[in-house]
Design a protein around this ligand. Sequence first.
Ligand SMILES: Cc1cc2nc3c(=O)[nH]c(=O)nc-3n(C[C@H](O)[C@H](O)[C@H](O)COP(=O)(O)OP(=O)(O)OC[C@H]3O[C@@H](n4cnc5c(N)ncnc54)[C@H](O)[C@@H]3O)c2cc1C
Length: 802
Amino acid sequence: MQTTTRVAVIGGGVVGCSVLYHLTKLGWSDVMLLERSELTSGSTWHAAGGFHTLNGDTNMAALQGYTIRLYKELEEITGMSCGLHHVGGVTLADNQDRFDMLLAERAKHRFMGLETEIVTPEEIRKIAPITNTDGIIGALYDPLDGHLDPSGTTHAYAKAARMAGAAIETHCMVTETNQRQDGSWDVVTDKGTIHAEHVVNAGGLWAREVAAMAGLYLPLHPMEHQYIVTDTIPEIEARDGEHPHVMDPAGESYLRQEGRGLCIGFYEQPCKPWAVDGTPWDFGHELLPDNFEKITDSIEFAYKRFPALATAGVKSVIHGPFTFAPDGNPLVGPVPGLRNYWSACGVMAGFSQGGGVGLTLAQWMIEGEPERDVFAMDVARFGDWVSPGYTRPKVIENYQKRFSVAYPNEELPAARPNRTTPMFDIFSDLGAVWGQQYGLEVVNYFAQGTEPEYETPSFRRSDAFGATGREVRAVREAVGINEIHNFGKYLVKGPAARGWLDRIMAGRIPGPGRVSLTPMLSPQGRLIGDFTVSCLDETAFQLTASYGAQAYHMRWFQKHQDDDVTIENISDKRNGFQIAGPNARAVLAACAGGEVANMNFMDVRHSTLGMTDCIVQRISYTGDLGYEIYCDPMAQRQLWWTLWTAGQPHGIVPFGMRAMMSLRLDKFFGSWLSEFSPDYTAAETGLDRFISFRKNVEFIGRSAAEAERDMPPARCLAAFEVDAKDADVNAYEPIWLDGEVVGFCTSGGYSHHTGKSIAQGFLPRHRIADGREVEIEILGEMRKARVISIPLFDADGARMRG
Ligand SMILES: Cc1cc2nc3c(=O)[nH]c(=O)nc-3n(C[C@H](O)[C@H](O)[C@H](O)COP(=O)(O)OP(=O)(O)OC[C@H]3O[C@@H](n4cnc5c(N)ncnc54)[C@H](O)[C@@H]3O)c2cc1C
């Protein structure tokens, strides 16, 4: 066995083998995979082998599309068979909401180049004749759906990697991973120690145990899962071709042909977590005992949907465990806080996602960044606040909701409230309807009078519409207050702080007492942050960005950290409020005096409000006259009473995130992971206006940004006024022009201030012109829309800056 390697991949399931193959594909051949038993000795060997592209997250869907297309390539390279059955599949909809979801998916697929189709019940009966379509509205047909041989596919990945120089060591159990001073790893196995520059945890069912060897907790948990294979079924035997897959979300089942019978699996409600205290090392080649009790209801439902099943004998039952993260997406990428340690874990659909996970990780390791926004599966989307006590109920919830309609405005209840600020009970008393962001309770809106205390999930305008409109009007006409707890906040200090910020951020770093906005770029010029930088003094800067990107941003900062600079994540250590609206100045003046209230737009000051020492800056994401006021959370309730009392004569009203997202639309302000994400560049999104090409610093991404300045991008962000009906743009709706899809939306919503439906999205640059008519496909309906370039509120900035 070799004793040094550039990369040690731990785990020879489909994911580990895919990572190994992709590392070689992208040019690293000194790589090694360590498997404690034979390849496929975890959840991989008992998978049903189904694959599909459908995924609520667009980038995940694209990576699933990549995975499926890869199998042919693997077969060609290795001469091995993956046992591919490209039979196509339908996902049924038995109610309007589910159908809306499929319509939205179909619309997204148009610009992703996926040839899915909406089909009628009659067409379903032709495509998948064993389906009883009573009560079915329609379905999404995907010609790419299919299944394969899990073992053959895993071995094909392994062979392709070996052919390119990778080593695979089976019967080699990793028992320790110890980091050296220089960041490399000693990987201790029962066959000896291997010195590796990088470690990849692809431990699947044992990922938790492998992570613990590096002192790490990964938020994932195994669940038991069962599928049944029937004896021969006459209706199947009589067919010429293979029966396609049928996903029946109402019955929480997936079905496909196996031999001359059927194979059906369930995501049952009475589901069971497995190996709560850890996965035993001697588990691997056995199945779990059959458990028909937990799937009795599911089977009964399936008999009605697929009557041919009712008389079929059971040939075999496969009952095994596999792992899930709290939101069901994989945990991929460099683990924050650990050098050269990479995660390829929590992959619950290895045959839909394994290829994309391998490609992403290999790009990240070799090229420094993945080619697209992969935040939906980035291991950094969870912070160090996750614990087994949080993960388990979330994983159960995710399993149970695997086939549920996923609404854009849905707030999932499990493991909540988890993290709360000192305002939780005060806001609850004011009628707060809570949402959740990065584990933190965040107010969506405040219900008053007869307004609903629970927002019903919907693809259309929800029942929070009235409350949101009321809060928006309060901000625009008087003054609103909300908490700034869901900003990620960082304190950058030290004599070299300015120099470091100048290198990390593309924009101008402000002088003392001033605030600036700046994009943060990757070397390839992708947007990896949109920051507000406040210069508290020459050696202390406060940065704010998205709350959910804390671990993501800290990972980047630490990777590029210099001596003489300290970077502290103070997201939960500094809190406070923002007040916004025409009366905001008067409220602040009543608490802090006129000098602070009259400070200029983009100024920052230390000030005492009532008894509380604060940092006050004049800036507001509402686009209105506004201030952000930061304090120690221990003093936050005191600050609240100061502002709340001072605000009473001025009509102060609390507002939540729903109103905030409506207000920002009036000014076409972008939002992180919608308009601004690593999928886009600064010039594409207009953030290039904040890049300082004049500063004499080689900031990260400079040459890419300069190249874009010299040759403007093909597509750019635009704003649209939409003739919507009862549903506004959410994200990724296709934009049509002259009968073809030319772009897609990034976000949208209802501007309560103007009574207009607004969208933002990408169009080819040369086709953006004020007033240009386009069509946007919202839930299957073409809605007329027009490009608009003048903000709907305070177009000259008089109120915001005045
Ligand atoms: C019943 C069932 C049906 C399924 N059906 C489908 C389906 O239709 N389609 C689909 O896409 N997915 C399906 N899945 C899920 C699929 O099986 C998983 O997504 C996939 O197997 C995950 O692969 P992995 O490589 O991450 O993990 P695993 O397969 O668990 O592999 C991990 C490997 O790491 C090795 N290992 C662990 N620790 C060490 C160590 N310390 N040293 C050395 N080696 C170590 C293990 O021996 C194992 O081989 C199903 C799962 C189940 C249980």
